[in-house]
Design a protein around this ligand. Sequence first.
Ligand code: 6GU
Length: 226
Amino acid sequence: MTIDVLTLFPEMFPGVLSHSILKIAVQKKAMDVRLHNIRDYSKDKHGKVDDRPYGGGPGMIMTPQPVLDAVDAVRGGDEEALLIVLTPQGRVWNQALASQLAERRRLILVCGRYEGFDERILLALKPLEVSIGDYILTGGELAALVVIDTVARLLPDVLGDPESARLESFQGGMLDFPQYTRPSEFKGMRVPDVLLSGHHAAIEAWRREQALQRTMWRRADLLKPT
Ligand code: 6GU
């Protein structure tokens, strides 16, 4: 998958992309992340990319010209590329949406800063607008990294054990069961006997029950039919 990121702060990305699973995804060529600075596309002689909101109010709004020219240049007529704008007004990111996007050949992620985008940017691009949750970030960059991270681990050949992507929280609509590793006793706390029993059917039944109990107590919203 190719992921183009349009941002005013491309320097925020390489650190995150050069560790752990994301590094492996890039090394294995499962994912190619290309960073583009929106400011490079500004036609203003000072490289201006934002201005004050009509009607007044705090903060600065990203102007249409740099963003629209950047998207045009990066997309290069590729009709298959899925355009995503990161904004707190977007559809809330979840595992189901991540699974859908992991099927695409190319994503173009546009990160906003300041108080947001001039609405005509959204009218012109008709992007998929994505939010990562009900809180406000200083910009879309961290949200874009969350999207990249979530999608990367679903790409073929990225995770060592493809089961791990499938089995854990949310992919099955439930929270994960409790996990234990050695030692079998730590500061008086013992690993549940069933996990040491070697009885695979009993282990699976225990895990299913634990996951269900946790999900009911902590996240009953996940069990509701949608
Ligand atoms: Cl995508 N952007 C910003 N600025 N804040 C957010 C967000 C995005 N998602 C949640 N909060």
